[in-house]
Design a protein around this ligand. Structure first.
Ligand code: FPP
Length: 240
């Protein structure tokens, strides 16, 4: 049986989607939340076991205060309204990123969501909020340095264990990373976990992203040859 995929998504293009319609950017984010709802619903049926989505990067604090506030309120509203539906659907929902700069109401909503859905196993939805991959790697390096002074030298395996909190450890590497909205960059998202991820950059803006787009992306992914730096078995046999 094929193992379940870890898919990561940079949900980009909300602001431009709204601006193109003469609407405030916050309306694009609200439409983006709706798109996320439909994708979370479809994901388990498409062979996805873990879905990590980029909701707010640590660099997004530089946006105008009104937009930041609208996003924080949207996240809290999503967490409140989706708690029961996600639990019923068997979706475990957790967050990665810093919590010490988030509004207390959002932290409380996150904690409630994590408690209520912790036993769910159909899909693991990870929301990256106030997240910076470089920040994560820096924190992991500091932890590795402490262990080094105790005699345990740094290694890829050790860093692997340290780049996420204990709870998040089992999420493992990203198989497929999708970015919507037409840009082709990683913007400080899951840099460690995506070391061997297949990358897919799509023009569609996130609010227009539907399960059909995800299905198509997964078909493209299935055609990619993943060698992880080695050779395919046939080629390895021929050159032996
Ligand atoms: C990037 O688009 C998107 C964000 C900074 C916010 C992502 C948030 C959502 C999709 C809302 C739903 C999420 C949850 C967890 C409820 P952008 O604003 O940079 O778009 P632009 O590049 O067109 O300006």
């Amino acid at each position: 049986m094929q193992s379940l995929l870890h898919t990561a998504i940079i949900m980009d293009g909300n602001g431009r989607w709204a601006e193109a319609r003469g609407w405030p950017r916050a309306r694009g984010h609200a439409a983006g939340a709706e798109a996320l709802r439909t994708i979370v619903e479809a994901a388990p049926g498409l062979g996805i076991g873990t879905l990590t989505v980029y909701a707010f990067s640590s660099d997004n604090w530089q946006r105008p205060p009104g937009e930041v506030q609208a996003l924080m309120e949207l996240f809290a509203a999503y967490l409140e309204s989706e708690r029961e539906p996600l639990r019923r659907a068997g979706v475990r929902c957790t967050a990665i990123g810093r919590r010490d700069r988030l509004p207390q109401s959002l932290v409380t909503a996150l904690e409630r969501m994590e408690v209520v859905t912790r036993a769910c196993t159909k899909l693991w939805l990870r929301l990256a909020i106030d997240y910076s991959a470089r920040g994560e790697i820096a924190r992991a390096s500091a932890a590795a340095a402490t262990r080094w002074t105790a005699g345990l030298p740094p290694s890829v395996e050790l860093m692997q264990r340290l780049t996420a909190s204990a709870l998040e450890r089992e999420a493992g590497p990203v198989d497929l990373l999708i970015r919507t909205g037409g840009e082709r960059r990683l913007s400080d998202f899951v840099l460690w976990e995506a070391a061997y991820a297949e990358l897919l950059f799509l023009r569609v803006a996130w609010p227009d992203f539907r399960p059909a787009h995800l299905r198509r992306a997964l078909r493209v992914f299935a055609r990619r040859q993943r060698r992880f730096g080695a050779l395919l078995p046939a080629a390895a046999g021929a050159s032996a």
